[in-house]
Design a protein around this ligand. Sequence first.
Ligand code: PLP
Length: 434
Amino acid sequence: TTNLSQQDPEVFDALRREVERQNDGIELIASENFTSRAVMEAMGSPLTNKYAEGLPGKRYYGGCKYVDVAEDLARDRAKELFGVDWVNVQPHSGAQANAALYLKALDPGDKLLGLDLAHGGHLTHGSPVNFSGILYEAHFYGVDKDGPNAGRIDMNKVRDKAKEVQPKMISIGASAYPRDFDYAAFREIADEVGALLWMDMAHTAGLIATGVLNDPAPHAHVITTTTHKTLRGPRGGMILVGNDIDNPFGYTYRDGRTKSLGQVLDSGVFPGTQGGPLMHVIAAKAVAFKEALQPEFATYTQNVVENANVMADALQDRGYDLVSGGTDNHLVLIDLRNKDLTGKKAEEALEAADITANKNMVPYDTESPFVTSGIRLGTPAMTTRGFGPEEFEQIVELIDRVLQSPDDEGVRKSVRNDVHALCDRFPLYDFVVA
Ligand code: PLP
């Protein structure tokens, strides 16, 4: 019953200062968001105490009747949200969801084809430093370097690559790709080469749930996601089965049995790659999915994309080069090479002005991953906070001021003051604040 502040002032202080940082700064990391108080209440609850290996109604532990209710709510709401018949809400994170899929979809040494990390893909799509690139034979497609399709995926090139590689699984999805995907074309290619088609919608799940972006569910065999990005839930992962999962190409499950794809993936999560599920997080996922089913959430995601477009236009007006020339989703990727700046330098200068963003490789980058030539800016978090087109125009003006004089302490300070004034107009969290 002792408060955290009394029992452990050191941890409390770190927490308090982080909340202040979130309250006072402009958060443009494309993979971040601000969850509701209700989501955090579920996360910070005694449900964290409960072991519940297995699935609702089929647990390996007693005392699960109430956590079963929470997990059933999470599953039913997720199915409704994404229009699918099967989900597993237990993965601890996006990477864990992907690990469970790999375990069941591929044998070590099998080939997979995904979007190049340097072109916006994710580490878990075959990077040599990740299990996906260590255990499996990863091949990549990319985006065009120049021409009318610069910065975009050319489906003819994906087809050529797939025919050449003959992968067992093709992945779609990205961490830094500002455009939408043509899922029907990907499925056609997957069918042509007999591959399983997997969409990792970690970044765009909220936009997909509300129909702001194309829907992978009719085309992908398997969909994985995080729940904490545009979906605005607790930190976590989820796996969904697509709606057209006939296996005309004769895909056989590793254990040879005729379980449904959903059942196979369930066992990929537990016992395949995880132990006990995080029931407090699963309850928080249920809360977030209910929020995402409300009409306000659809308005929110429309605003996320509108704000990203406002930011894209304002940046281009100021001479910034955007990968693919704009955005369809929640993020823009600036190629800083015409500004004689690296991503590392830009990230540091912006952070000093309390604007948080991350350096990012741009396609065909000439800098190392630690330096990079790009910076990625996303709108989900500040849109949650209530920022609209006017505020995003102002953000671009502030960013431009910093990046024009990245070493100028006076500029950093004056921008920081403007950032604080802007944030003060849109209150965020009023708890855990001294
Ligand atoms: N997949 C994609 C496309 C991502 O962008 C991310 C997160 O950045 C992940 C998977 C991994 O999610 P997590 O950080 O929850 O493991």
